[in-house]
Design a protein around this ligand. Structure first.
Ligand code: NAD
Length: 473
């Protein structure tokens, strides 16, 4: 009884102590500015290691929802982790930096860097965040750019902070660092928790120590932190995305050639992918890359090179091939049905730029929908999670199915855009019954052409044998 009483009293003392002195209990505190796909995942995963994290965003609505445990994006595994860390009081959300700056050792900028008119990355959000930091820091911290930014941005961040400090007439030491993010939407939590590498561009020992401590828990799988100078870190992110985009455009280009010469891109893929120098990842043909990163990062690197008077010819070709590939499905559709699609219904499966995300930024689906509508077709769509986001753009111009088959009633063709798992083994018999014409355009090569044909459909894939050919190139 006495020991129970002791425990009870001790627990109350601890609770009161932790309410009053909470910021002092945690070993470290960080702030993440920008609570989108990258910022929210970064903040949540850092909080998971036991430190205090404040996620900041200018979007008041987003912050209000997050405080209530409502996650504004679809990202597998994120919701329970956010809720758990909110409950443990390690993860908080705010719209202001100033009131949260005390005791912060590292502050990450993870705001958007959308493409500007000329293709360059628009740095207005990054530099606004930097100025906000300069307005309120009063002790040493490291300011880390996690957004994807062109070479030289960390220098601009440093200048923006310093000019605010000068305006305040105060002298506060700080460092800048570059820490580009490599997580993949759809597997962002997993990628962040078990990164293949952490890239850190630094210019001081103090920054190295803080970031090393912060990232140490994520490197227990043996993958390294690779330290480098800041410009190299900034360029590494663009180089990675451009290399991946190159793989995709290379395969798409070859797939188109396969159709002309009667070869099969899947066989070619297996043939070259078995060479370890090439590798078998990221070499699938399809309808072009989309998303919030590859298109804008490819454009931005071309632009950066241009600013230095250099022409990145390979990357330019990658972009051109991708632009053409985004139209490939529509070309196949008009080659089959003719240019006037008035009165015809097309059902689309998948809207997000890839499976397991609700992100539709630069998604090929939007291009296909636009083209079909322009040609007079009626478009029905279905996606497991991205319909709400799509509706913000397409509104009432398309019909939204309540399930995959609802979107196919009276359709002249099924157009597979995104390879969500639930589309992988369709009920062909049901489709045959409810569709008007029996045509399948498989934008991701997920169906077996022979099985589709056996079920009474005409099949079009991307660069595949067994596809009906329609000489679109
Ligand atoms: P996002 O659009 O999902 O989120 C950005 C957030 O920043 C928004 O919530 C916005 O309201 C907020 N914001 C803008 N200005 C702000 C300010 N001054 N203060 C506070 N918040 C502000 O963007 P994202 O997809 O998370 O990408 C962020 C950056 O990370 C980009 O540079 C992107 O290229 C890069 N990146 C993205 C991914 C990805 O898969 N999405 C992967 C790696 C790197």
């Amino acid at each position: 009884m006495k020991s129970f009483l002791n425990r009870f009293i001790l627990s109350w003392v601890y609770n009161i102590f932790s309410i009053i002195f909470r910021p002092k209990i945690a070993y470290m505190k960080t702030i993440i500015i920008g609570t989108g796909y990258v910022g929210l995942v970064t903040g949540t995963c850092f909080a998971e290691t036991g430190i205090d994290v404040v996620c900041i965003d200018i979007d008041r609505d987003k912050i209000a929802k997050l405080r209530d445990g409502i996650i504004p994006i679809y990202e597998p595994g994120l919701e329970p982790m956010v809720k758990r860390n909110i409950e443990k009081k390690r993860l908080t959300f705010s719209t202001g930096i100033k009131e949260n700056i005390a005791d912060t050792e590292a502050i990450f900028i993870a705001v958007g860097t959308p493409p500007g008119e000329d293709g360059s990355a628009d740095l207005k959000h990054v530099l606004t965040a930097a100025r906000e930091i300069g307005k309120c820091i009063d002790s040493y911290m490291v300011v880390v750019t996690k957004s994807t930014v062109p070479i030289g941005t960390s220098k601009k961040v440093k200048e923006a902070i310093q000019s605010e400090l000068d305006a305040r007439g105060v002298s506060v030491a700080f460092d800048v660092a570059s820490n580009p993010e490599f997580l993949k939407e759809g597997a962002a939590v997993e990628d962040f928790l078990k990164p293949s590498r952490i890239i850190l561009g630094i210019e001081s020992e103090s920054a190295r120590k803080i970031l090393n401590r912060l990232y140490h828990p994520f490197l227990l799988n043996g993958h390294p932190i690779i330290y480098m100078d800041i410009p190299s870190a900034e360029l590494t992110k663009y180089a990675a995305n451009c290399m991946l985009a190159t793989k995709i455009s290379f395969m798409n280009d070859l797939a188109n050639l396969c159709e002309l010469v009667g070869a099969d891109i899947n066989a070619v893929r297996k043939g070259i992918g078995s060479d370890p120098r090439i590798g078998n990842k990221f070499i699938f043909a399809g309808i072009g890359y989309g998303g919030s990163c590859f298109p804008k990062d490819v454009k931005a690197l071309i632009r950066t090179a241009g600013d230095y008077g250099y022409s990145l010819d390979i990357i330019k070709a990658v972009e051109n091939v991708n632009e053409r590939q985004k139209e490939i499905i529509f070309s196949k559709v008009i080659s089959h049905f003719g240019i006037n699609l008035k009165g015809k219904v097309f059902g689309l499966w998948g809207l997000s730029f890839k499976p397991n995300t609700d992100d539709i930024r630069e998604a090929p689906s939007l291009r296909v929908i636009g083209k079909l509508l322009e040609a007079g077709a009626t478009v029905k769509v279905y996606d497991p999670v991205a319909m709400e986001e799509t509706r913000k753009i397409t509104g009432d111009t398309v019909e939204y199915g309540i399930d995959p088959y609802d979107a196919m009633i009276d359709a002249s063709a099924l157009i597979l855009i995104t390879e969500w798992s639930e589309f992988r083994i369709p009920n062909f018999k049901l489709l045959h019954r409810i569709m008007k014409d029996k045509v399948i355009f498989d934008g991701r090569n997920i169906y077996d052409p022979a099985e589709v044909a056996e079920n009474g459909f005409t099949y079009y894939g991307i660069g595949r044998k067994g596809s009906s050919t329609n000489n679109i190139l």
